[in-house]
Design a protein around this ligand. Structure first.
Ligand code: GDP
Ligand code: MN
Length: 379
């Protein structure tokens, strides 16, 4: 999950990484009250789960109360790449002399943590192109647990830092690295890391992503669960399925990732959008399927559900019973079509048919999609 900037900065505070003082606000009244606490003006920053706010106009500086009101009027409610701005961070303005980039990422391809630094930070480096240039330095960490402060100092020196700035950047980078390991992060970016006019380094931005599979051992990161999407994804984690929330209205339950993606493609080819990706994996029980059905239908956007299963190790009789009991637990009557093959298929089909649930008995997902769309009144 991505953290909001202000949540990331709270982690920075705890870790001893210097960052501007700020207050989160939700309306003009709160913003004006916050403004009174800053004598030399504020930066007003949209809090959304996406980067590139600077370029989209989601960050403005306000030195007077009039400028503040104008900024709030523009940013609050603004749409940034599909995210509506409902919260703002009002924080102390930084007199910026230079902007650096400092980041850590779990590089899935290499299976390593990579340190990243650039002496040319700021809004332009956010674009991928800026990351390929000669001014961008990367260090793939071979042995994460043996990293010491001097390794980091050497890396930043190669990136062009020296003197006092090298010393304080090293201290910040080392704290960032320890935070990264301790909190099971997969991304931690400070862009920009600002050198102020008076010679201090401060984290002016915080872009942090947690490892969702490690959240069970990070109870103090549970504050990230504050939106419907996150709630559904958290519930999916409890159930034990892989789930990704999507913007469409057709729910999908599939027994494998490939089957799920294939189903999504066929749906999109029919001009419809999936409401989710859901993969059960190999541990199907009737409870897991019932819980998954309930999860999908608890999303108010969902108008129909396609269950697409292949039973190799998975017992299809359990799946069939799960579909029936899941639907019983829902108040809403939503069309459901099941395509199911493999282990105990005949028995499973007759269980579903005796409950009047449409069953597709061939390998054709297209057919299942068409029956569902017809039942949804969508064709
Ligand atoms: P992003 O565009 O979503 O990554 O948002 P950032 O927090 O990185 O802000 C974008 C840019 O706004 C930064 O690179 C700075 O140039 C500028 N900015 C942000 N905060 C301040 C501030 O307190 N003072 C000044 N002068 N500029 C700021
Ligand atoms: Mn930034």
């Amino acid at each position: 999950m991505y953290l909001y900037e202000y949540q990331g900065k709270e982690l920075f505070w705890e870790a001893g990484i210097p960052t501007p003082r700020g207050i989160v606000v939700k309306n003009p009244e709160e913003a004006e009250a916050a403004f009174a606490g800053f004598s030399s003006g504020v930066a007003v920053k949209a809090q959304v789960h996406t980067g590139g706010r600077g370029k989209s106009g989601g960050i403005r500086l306000a030195r007077t109360i009039e400028e503040l009101r104008e900024s709030i009027g523009i940013i609050l409610g603004m749409d940034i790449k599909g995210h509506t701005v409902r919260q703002l961070l009002v924080e102390e303005i930084l007199p910026i002399k230079r902007e650096f980039y400092l980041g850590l990422i779990v590089n899935g391809k290499k299976g390593m943590i990579t340190f990243m630094f650039s002496p040319f930070g700021g809004v332009d480096i956010e674009e991928a192109a800026g990351r390929d240039g000669s001014g961008f330095f990367q260090w793939d960490i071979e042995d994460p647990l043996s990293v010491e402060e001097f390794h980091i100092r050497n890396f930043l020196r190669k990136g062009g830092l020296q003197g006092n700035i090298l010393a304080s950047a090293t201290s910040i980078a080392f704290k960032l690295y320890n935070l990264f390991l301790k909190k099971d992060l997969v991304l931690a970016e400070i862009n920009p890391l600002v050198l102020t006019e008076d010679g201090n380094l401060k984290a002016a931005d915080a872009r942090i992503e947690t490892d969702d599979n490690a959240l069970f051992r990070q109870p103090d990161l549970s504050f990230t669960v504050d939106e419907t999407t996150d709630k559904l994804e958290l519930r999916a984690r409890e159930i034990g399925v892989s789930y990704v929330q999507l913007p469409g209205d057709v729910g999908i339950i599939a027994s494998g990732a490939g089957l799920a993606m294939n189903t999504m493609d066929i749906l999109e080819r029919r001009g419809r959008k999936p409401s989710n990706f859901l993969e059960t994996g190999g541990g199907i029980t009737s409870k897991l399927i019932a819980d998954s059905i309930e999860l999908l239908i608890s999303n108010p956007a969902v108008k129909g559900v396609l269950v697409n299963l292949y039973g190799g190790v998975n017992p299809m009789v359990e799946a069939a019973m799960g579909v029936i009991s899941g639907l019983k637990n829902c108040d809403m009557a939503i069309p459901v079509v099941v395509k199911l093959l493999g282990n105990q298929q005949e028995e499973a089909w007759s269980i579903l048919e005796s409950a009047d649930i449409p069953v597709v008995k061939s390998v054709s997902t297209e057919k299942a999609v068409d029956i569902l769309l017809e039942k949804m009144g969508a064709v």
